[in-house]
Ligand binder design. Structure first.
Ligand SMILES: Cc1cc2nc3c(=O)[nH]c(=O)nc-3n(C[C@H](O)[C@H](O)[C@H](O)COP(=O)(O)O)c2cc1C
Length: 88
């Protein structure tokens, strides 16, 4: 499954339980790629998109990866810095 930004992380770019459910429901795709995930607060380009630069975000992703692995899938993160269109 290719990366698709879903804008479902309203609190500080932290993946939620909904994120874990969404990706684990798609685990049968084999390899799931996350939507673009910001590498720093300045890297984000859209509201409510996930990051992977804080401890709480990383803990959220851990829940997501565990859910996908439990469902028999694999997951890879798509990292992004949106450069001049970024929006902190
Ligand atoms: C809602 C939506 C969000 C998307 N977000 C991303 C993204 O975050 N990163 C990315 O590389 N592609 C993104 N894409 C592009 C899809 O990955 C792309 O549609 C996919 O590669 C399939 O290619 P196709 O549309 O030419 O069939 C997004 C597409 C949609 C529809």
């Amino acid at each position: 499954m290719s990366g698709m930004t879903r804008s479902r992380a309203p609190e500080a770019g932290i993946p939620t339980e909904l994120t874990a459910t969404y990706f684990s429901q798609r685990a049968s795709a084999g390899l799931v790629v996350t939507g673009s995930v910001a590498v720093s607060p300045e890297a984000s380009g859209y509201l409510w998109t996930e990051g992977i630069h804080s401890a709480r975000q990383i803990a959220g992703w851990r829940r997501v990866t565990e859910a996908v692995h439990s469902a028999g899938g694999r997951i890879a993160v798509q990292l992004i810095h949106r450069g001049r269109v970024s929006h902190s």
